[in-house]
Design a protein around this ligand. Structure first.
Ligand SMILES: Cc1cc2nc3c(=O)[nH]c(=O)nc-3n(C[C@H](O)[C@H](O)[C@H](O)COP(=O)(O)OP(=O)(O)OC[C@H]3O[C@@H](n4cnc5c(N)ncnc54)[C@H](O)[C@@H]3O)c2cc1C
Length: 384
């Protein structure tokens, strides 16, 4: 007979957002019994998540510190017209470490492997019939139905290459855009994990979500050859199409009648222009761990207005995304980022953290756009 379990807090989805909430609660509210339900074998799936030091508030560093596998004191970018070294410190988390740290923080029975078939504000039913009842439920199941949003895609395939000889890189290359441009802004992203190990990701912004993995594997092999690198082995691979939000209505994404509190991508908590959600996931986990009441009602009361406000404050990034996709033809789209990367470092840091000030926004937009003015203005006007 199918069993029924009871818990204080049920976290549906053991990915980035769900796992961070579990860690934050274990640290600050060890009295709360929680259960994470994850469909996959490993918490966090197969990801390398990266972020700048400036994405995370000082008070929230402790939460993320045990997860960091690689840290660098700076980074660089390369464009056809200029290259630049930046001071922004950068970090990467490998999902293997994430799985290990979250599991070590929780009692074994707090992690249930299974697929949720039905979820409401008080319970989950899994596909094997198990029912879990909870005082509070959080939907952390990641990207859901985003059909109501106006989207473009950031598509990539990354491989961790072990090379025959040292590559000579000392810091990440966030964008090497001095490469052939395809059907949208394209760049290669490089993370030096060791003297002979480099994670190479071929990335491009595209209007469709389909990804030709073999084509991207070929591009990585060609890029490595152009650098003079000989590949000994390919140690891991990941791929994704991240949603880039150009427009859309928050109430359609998370209707008022949907009473299940949400976090992470499911709540629209991501930087619309990069598709990255780690800074938001850290902030949300800290916010939840500070809530006195973890019932679904109280969580909904805190989380929906929080996510709505973040969505509304990010109209500027959706506007930039529209410009990136629409204000120029694909081969010229890199110019927007090339120009952006001539601005000051503090502004660049606040952009990635999703915390641009009014002055930053003005400085990003002011001046002759590096793309045709009429098309730039057309793209600006289209928000809905
Ligand atoms: C390959 C890749 C690399 C990325 N790199 C970065 C990065 O460097 N920096 C950054 O900030 N962002 C990055 N992102 C974007 C974003 O931050 C991640 O997608 C992040 O993992 C989203 O967190 P989440 O918790 O909302 O969703 P997820 O991490 O996707 O977690 C959702 C979890 O819910 C589980 N689930 C879904 N449905 C069910 C169900 N019915 N029953 C049970 N479990 C279920 C899934 O298996 C999954 O583990 C990356 C995304 C990808 C795909």
């Amino acid at each position: 007979m199918a069993q029924t379990l009871k818990t204080d807090l049920l976290i549906a989805g053991g990915g980035l957002a769900g796992g961070l909430i579990a860690l934050a609660l274990r640290a600050r509210r060890p009295d709360v019994t929680l259960t994470i339900v994850e469909a996959g074998e490993a918490l966090g799936g197969n990801h390398i998540w990266s972020f700048f030091d400036s994405d995370i508030a000082e008070t929230e560093r402790g939460l993320i510190a045990p997860l960091i596998c690689h840290h660098w004191d700076g980074n660089e970018v390369r464009f056809p017209g200029h290259a630049r070294s930046l001071h922004g410190a950068y970090n990467s988390i490998e999902s293997g470490r994430f799985n290990q740290v979250v599991r070590a923080a929780l009692p074994a029975e707090a992690i249930v492997t299974g697929r949720i078939k039905a979820l409401d504000a008080q319970s989950a039913t899994l596909s094997d019939g198990t029912r879990i009842e909870a005082g509070g439920v959080i939907d952390a199941r990641g990207v859901g139905d985003f059909a109501m949003l106006e989207l473009g895609w950031q598509k990539f395939l990354g491989q961790l290459l072990r090379l025959e000889a040292p590559h000579g890189l000392t810091r990440p290359v966030i964008m090497d855009a001095a490469v052939d441009q395809g059907d949208g802004y394209r760049f290669v992203y490089l993370l030096p994990f060791g003297p002979n190990a480099v994670f190479v990701e071929d990335t491009y912004y595209s209007t469709t979500s389909d990804l030709d993995a073999d084509e991207l594997r070929d591009r990585i092999a060609r890029y490595a050859a152009e650098q003079g690198w000989t590949i000994a082995t390919i140690e891991r691979e990941e791929q994704a199409a991240l949603p880039i939000a150009m427009g859309g209505n928050f109430d359609a994404l998370w209707p008022v009648r949907d009473r299940v509190p949400r976090v992470g991508m499911a709540a629209g908590l991501f930087q619309p222009m990069t598709g990255y959600s780690l800074p938001d996931a850290v902030r949300t986990a800290a916010l939840i761990a500070d809530l006195p009441d973890l019932s679904s009602r109280a969580l909904q009361h805190a989380l929906r207005p929080y996510a709505r406000k973040a969505w509304e404050q990010r109209g500027f990034y959706r506007l930039l995304a529209r410009m990136l996709f629409r204000a120029a033809d694909p081969p010229a789209r890199y110019r927007l980022l090339e120009r952006f990367y001539r601005l000051d470092e503090g502004l660049i840091g606040r952009f990635y953290a999703g915390r641009s000030t009014w002055t930053d926004k003005a400085r990003i937009l002011i001046g002759k756009p590096p793309v045709p003015l009429r098309r730039a203005l057309g793209a600006i006007r289209e928000d809905r």
